[in-house]
Every structure is written in structure tokens, then in C-alpha cells.
Design a protein around this ligand. Sequence first.
Ligand code: HEC
Ligand code: HEC
Ligand code: HEC
Ligand code: HEC
Ligand code: HEC
Length: 267
Amino acid sequence: MTLCLQLCALLLLPFISFLMPTHAAAEDAAEPVCIQCHSKMPEKYSLPVKLWRGSIHAENGIACNGCHGGDPKDAANAMNPARGFLGAPKESAIPAFCGRCHVGVMKDYLASAHGRKLGVGGPTCVTCHGNHQVMKASLELINEKSCSRCHSFERARVIRDTMQETEKTIVAIDGRIGAYKMIGTDIEKLEKDLFAVRNRFHTLFHDVNVELVKNESAQIQADLQKTQVALAALDTTQQNRKIAGAVAVAFLLLLALVIHLFKKTFT
Ligand code: HEC
Ligand code: HEC
Ligand code: HEC
Ligand code: HEC
Ligand code: HEC
């Protein structure tokens, strides 16, 4: 029996090892040639691959050619400008480079105090987000270490504190909507409202305008207040339902008792 198994394994081995490299080769072919070649190059040219692997772009299938252009399937012509290769952008070209995909953000940025100082001391997208290891954005990017590289943190702090306040409310409402969804309550409308408000909220930052953040935040807080009122109404309905349920159960118990006593008395 054991011998038979060993024999079978021996017989199958060539097939298995025959299948393995084919599989690996198929995987390699799916990976852009940019990564295959650059991974084997000196630090300066291979570091981008390492950094990119942990990025939100890698997670969403945006590879080297997504940003730099070029042909990800043809090693010989990968970096041919005729195949759309853009090279590495100069500092002043970075916003347009990223802005091919992030159109709305680029527009806000270009009109901002930062965009107006592009090339003369203003930050570009990569100053705050990095170039290859771009992560999911959050308000944590607004911190003293990063923002006081060029000016005082004072105005940045006002923006951060104001936005954090709203973010807290959004997270709290999101949690409550999640809890109602878990018990099967239909709250699609509230969910949609919150989604829209959240999107509007996350377009605020790149203007780096303290007044705008304050005014818009007041508006957004007012909209969130409406959702909170609707949730409170749901809470009351839920409470009433529970009370009604308890009353019904108490009534049934009482009825059972009466029937029991009735039976005892007359049988
Ligand atoms: C066969 C190897 C090979 C392949 C394939 C390859 N590269 Fe390169 N890449 C290089 C070498 C070598 C350099 C440095 C010398 C140079 O700039 O030509 C380089 C440089 C670069 C630079 C820096 C250019 C600059 O101006 O400093 C970028 C960006 C780049 N490659 C992106 C890509 C992208 C995107 C792809 C895929 C579409 C790709 N590479 C495919 C070998 C390769
Ligand atoms: C999100 C967009 C984006 C992606 C994706 C991306 N890059 Fe880049 N890359 C940039 C930017 C922007 C620069 C310019 C560097 C700077 O100023 O920070 C750059 C610069 C480079 C350079 C020049 C580095 C130097 O020191 O001169 C190389 C090489 C490079 N990238 C290779 C790659 C490779 C290989 C990949 C895929 C693993 C890749 N990049 C993916 C945005 C990107
Ligand atoms: C080829 C299109 C493309 C280019 C070019 C590009 N991105 Fe992205 N980026 C995406 C996609 C797709 C996502 C993931 C989906 C999303 O969150 O929008 C993303 C996500 C992001 C996020 C996270 C967004 C979030 O929701 O938190 C940031 C920050 C970002 N990119 C910055 C940059 C920067 C900086 C550059 C230039 C160096 C750049 N991107 C270039 C397509 C692109
Ligand atoms: C001064 C720093 C700074 C600069 C410059 C900057 N960003 Fe951002 N970015 C942030 C911060 C902070 C957030 C998070 C804002 C939030 O959570 O509402 C963010 C959020 C984002 C997001 C996510 C937006 C969303 O809807 O959630 C994207 C995409 C993005 N940035 C891309 C870019 C691009 C592209 C550029 C250049 C045109 C750029 N950023 C320039 C700091 C910066
Ligand atoms: C690379 C340098 C640089 C970095 C890093 C930087 N800024 Fe700025 N910032 C500028 C310049 C230049 C101006 C325009 C001149 C000024 O008002 O000081 C500016 C202006 C501002 C303003 C004033 C806008 C106005 O008109 O009232 C705010 C707010 C601001 N930045 C916020 C931030 C925040 C938040 C960060 C960090 C996420 C940041 N900055 C990081 C260079 C930078």
C-alpha cells in the first residue's frame, strides 16, 4: 500500500514539475516587463519597484506604465517614446502627471496657494503623498513634521482640527448605519446621503484655504445633523417596537395563566 503510493508519487513527479514552471512563466508574463527588468537593476532603478509593491496603486492594478507610459509587454521597446513612454517627470510636471487620473484633485491643487507656487517653493503631489509608495490618503498626512517643512503649522493645524471634528461625526454615523444594516433595517437612503457628504468632505483639503474649510465644514455638519435626526427617529421606532413586543409577550403569558387556572378550576 505504502509502496504503491510512493510509486504513484514518483510517476507523477515529472508531471508536477512539468506543470510548475509553466505556471510560474504564465505569472511572469502577466507582470509588466518594466518590473522584470527594473527588479534586477541597481538601487536607484529597482527601489521604485519595492516601494510600489506596497502602494494603493499596486493594490488597484496601476503599474509602472500606468504612470510612466510605455509598453509593458515588449521589453525591447518598453521605454520607447513612440509607445507613449513619458520618462520621469520634472518637478513642475508632476501635478499634470498625476492629474491625468486625479482630475478633480489637480484642479483644486492648481488653483490653491500651493499650486500657484508650483516650481517656486510650493509642494507637489509627491511632497505629501510620495511617488512610488502612495498610500490611502487620510487627515494624518496633515502633521507638524510634514507641513512645517516650509511654513508654520498654524494654519495647517486649524484645517486639520476642523476636518477631524467632521471626520469623527462621519465615522460615528457610519457605525450606527452599519449596526442597523446588520439587523436588516432598510436604510439605503441614509447610506447614500452619507456617501455623498463624505465625498464632498474629502474634496476640501487641496484648496488649503482655512476660510473655505470652516464654511464648508459648517454646511457639512448641518447635513450630517439631518442624518443624525433621521437615525434618532429610527431609534424611537425601534424602542416602540420593543415595548410593543414586550407588551404582547406579557399579554400572552397572562392569557396562558388564565387558561391554566380556568382548566384547573373546571376539570
Ligand atoms: C530591459 C530592461 C528595461 C525594461 C524592460 C524597462 N526599463 Fe526602465 N530603465 C532601464 C534602464 C537601464 C534605465 C536607466 C537608463 C535609462 O534611463 O535609459 C531605465 C530607466 C527608467 C526610468 C527613469 C528615466 C529617467 O528619466 O530617469 C523610468 C521612469 C523607467 N525606466 C520606467 C520604465 C517603465 C515604465 C517600463 C515599462 C513600460 C520600463 N522602464 C521598462 C531598463 C528597463
Ligand atoms: C503613481 C505614479 C507612479 C507609478 C505607479 C510609478 N512611478 Fe516611477 N516615478 C513617479 C514619479 C512622480 C517620479 C518622479 C520622481 C520624483 O520627483 O519624486 C518617478 C520616478 C521614477 C524613476 C526615476 C528615479 C530617479 O531617482 O531618477 C524610476 C526609475 C521609476 N520611477 C521607475 C518606476 C517603476 C519601475 C515603476 C513600477 C514598479 C514605477 N516607477 C511606478 C511616479 C510613478
Ligand atoms: C493611471 C491612473 C493614475 C495615475 C497616473 C495616478 N493615480 Fe493615484 N490612484 C489611481 C487609482 C485607480 C487609485 C485607487 C482608487 C482610488 O482611490 O481612487 C489611486 C489612488 C490614489 C490615492 C489614494 C486615494 C484615496 O482614496 O485615499 C492617492 C493619494 C493617489 N492615488 C495619489 C497619486 C499621485 C500622487 C500620483 C502621481 C505621482 C498618482 N496618484 C497617479 C490612479 C492613478
Ligand atoms: C500639502 C500636501 C498635499 C499635496 C501637495 C497634495 N495632497 Fe493629496 N491629500 C493630502 C491630504 C492631507 C489628503 C487627505 C484629505 C482628506 O482626508 O480629506 C489628500 C487626499 C488625496 C486623495 C484622496 C482624495 C479623496 O477623495 O479621498 C488623492 C487622490 C490625492 N490626495 C491626490 C493628490 C494629487 C494628485 C496631488 C497633486 C495634484 C495632491 N494630492 C497634492 C495632502 C496633499
Ligand atoms: C514644499 C513646501 C510646503 C510644504 C511641505 C507645505 N506647504 Fe503649505 N504652503 C507653501 C507655500 C509656498 C505657500 C504659499 C505661501 C504662504 O502662504 O506661506 C503655502 C501656503 C499654505 C497655506 C495658506 C493658504 C492661504 O492662502 O491661506 C496653508 C493653509 C498651507 N500651506 C497648508 C499646508 C499643509 C496642511 C501642509 C502639510 C500637509 C503644507 N501646507 C505643506 C509651501 C508648503
